[in-house]
Ligand binder design. Structure first.
Ligand code: PLP
Length: 463
């Protein structure tokens, strides 16, 4: 399901008209949201749905769960309830087997061998690239650069494109919802080039302030760094509309898809994104492998950012020439087993009914949101319409780390801390929070386990 905004999500919830008109706390043209109530909500909570909203529509979550071995282990004497998908996703059997097979029987380097196993490894490697291109909706696999993950993808663009294209007084607009990996690389290159990083503020519900964004865009804007789904608020900004606006000023747009690709179909061409990044490990693939998509003309104009093997055409002390993209941007031996695992993960994902999987997650998110509201003293952070299943919250009187530790005793894995998005939490006056994050293999029972355990969490540490 691909929608005009390229998000693959059906509702118009991310459109500009949906934003609350006056909740932003304007100060001049720069808007910074000041939290209205710092204390956890004790308002009457909506009742938990009486009948579980059991996901329907052809998505067989139990069949999916059977493919993920880790879902069938125990932790601290309890069946594992994995609600830390924002940090990393579990791996299906197919991925484990693909990585194991590479190391057990099929180890070889790629691209430069004349023997059978080198050809086989190269075929798998390039099929992995083609799978990633298909996942992102580009017909051109050469627009896919293999990197370690989202962090390295952003650093690549900052160090290569940024160094070549940014100058004194230029502006890089970075949304306040960004993960540090889509902020700090811009701060580094901005300092070097004497450019400025300018935040695009949040509204109270976690949406990006579109009025502020329009005000901030100018001919000084050279790049907009934008999440496709926030890892702390769950917000899915209107990326296609924001990209179109940026392009009017000649700015480029880098979209961080780390939290998007596993949750809903993505189409970089419909988004018209200039760059799009994701990490394999957040989409059921191994750690250490990720993808940078870039429009071909942009990639071709970018200078190499690392030198070494694989990325050259010819080398001499007088002159070195470089290989065509994407290899020009892939110095050294890549993560070959990682690509084998990525290929398996993306094949696994494309074999599922993605529309049904997204609907399952949307229903589960709605269920979890209502269920969490029944926990006394629980305050949910971020309720933008159409958000993904990222449920960040505080529990009155209990330190977030203590909440996570008590849940862990019952086999429930959540994350606590700043979630590498300190500016986003700071917009709510917070430094730390608990996050439960859903994936397509989670169930109503997982949510019920979480809610049941939260009801019993003891106030051991002052929040
Ligand atoms: N962007 C977002 C939205 C994330 O959630 C994360 C990781 O949590 C990253 C970027 C960084 O990903 P990685 O550490 O795989 O490079």
């Amino acid at each position: 399901m691909t929608t005009p905004d390229g998000s693959g999500r059906g509702s118009g919830a991310h459109g500009l008209a949906g934003r609350p008109p006056s909740a932003s706390g304007r100060t001049g043209t720069r808007l910074y949201w000041v939290p209205a109530a710092a204390s956890p909500s004790t308002a009457a909570a909506p009742a938990m749905p009486s009948a579980p909203v059991v996901p329907t529509g052809g998505f067989d979550v139990e069949a999916v769960r059977r493919e993920f071995p880790q879902l069938h282990r125990e932790v601290n004497g309890h069946p594992l309830v994995w609600l830390d998908n924002g940090a990393t996703t579990l791996k299906p059997r197919q991925v484990v087997e693909a990585v194991g097979e590479h190391y057990a029987t099929s180890t070889s380097n790629v691209h430069r061998g004349a023997h059978t196993l080198a050809r086989q490894a190269t075929r798998i490697y390039e099929e992995g690239r083609a799978e990633a291109a298909e996942l992102l909706g580009t017909p051109d696999p050469d627009e896919v650069v293999f990197v370690r993950g989202t962090t390295e993808a952003v650093n690549l663009v900052a160090q290569s494109w940024g160094r070549a294209n940014l100058g004194v007084g230029d502006e890089i607009l970075v949304s306040a919802a960004e993960h540090h990996s889509n902020l700090v690389p811009w701060q580094l290159i901005a300092k070097e080039k004497r450019a400025r990083v300018v935040p695009v503020p949040l509204l109270p519900d976690g949406q990006l302030d579109q009025d502020a964004y329009r005000d901030l865009l100018s001919h000084r804007t050279k790049l907009v760094a934008l999440t496709h789904a926030s890892n702390v608020l769950g917000t899915v900004p209107p990326v296609a509309e924001m990209t179109a606006l940026a392009h009017r000023y000649g700015a480029r747009v880098l979209v961080d898809g780390a939290q998007a690709v596993s949750h809903f179909p993505v189409d970089v061409k419909a988004l018209d994104a200039d760059f799009y990044a994701f990490s394999g490990h957040k989409v059921f693939a191994p750690t250490g492998i990720g993808v940078l998509y870039g429009k071909r003309d942009l990639l071709e104009a970018m200078p190499p950012w690392q030198g070494g093997g694989n990325m050259i055409d010819s080398v001499s002390f007088d002159e070195t020439t470089y290989a065509p993209v994407p290899h020009r941007l892939e110095a050294g031996t890549g993560h070959i087993a990682g690509v084998a695992g990525l290929r398996a993960a993306l094949r696994y994902l494309s074999g599922l009914d993605r529309q049904a999987a997204t609907a399952h997650e949307e229903q589960l998110t709605a269920y979890a949101t209502a269920a969490l509201a029944t926990v006394p003293g629980l305050r949910l952070i971020g309720d933008a319409p159409g958000k993904i299943g990222v449920l960040t919250f505080l529990l009155a009187g209990v330190d977030p780390m203590a909440v996570a530790a008590q849940l862990d005793q019952q086999g429930i894995a959540v994350r606590a801390g700043h979630h590498c998005a300190q500016p986003a939490l700071a917009a709510y006056g917070l430094q730390s929070a608990v996050r439960a994050s859903l994936a397509l293999y989670n169930t109503v029972q997982d949510v019920d386990s979480l809610v049941g355990a939260l009801q019993g969490v003891q106030a051991t540490t002052a929040a």
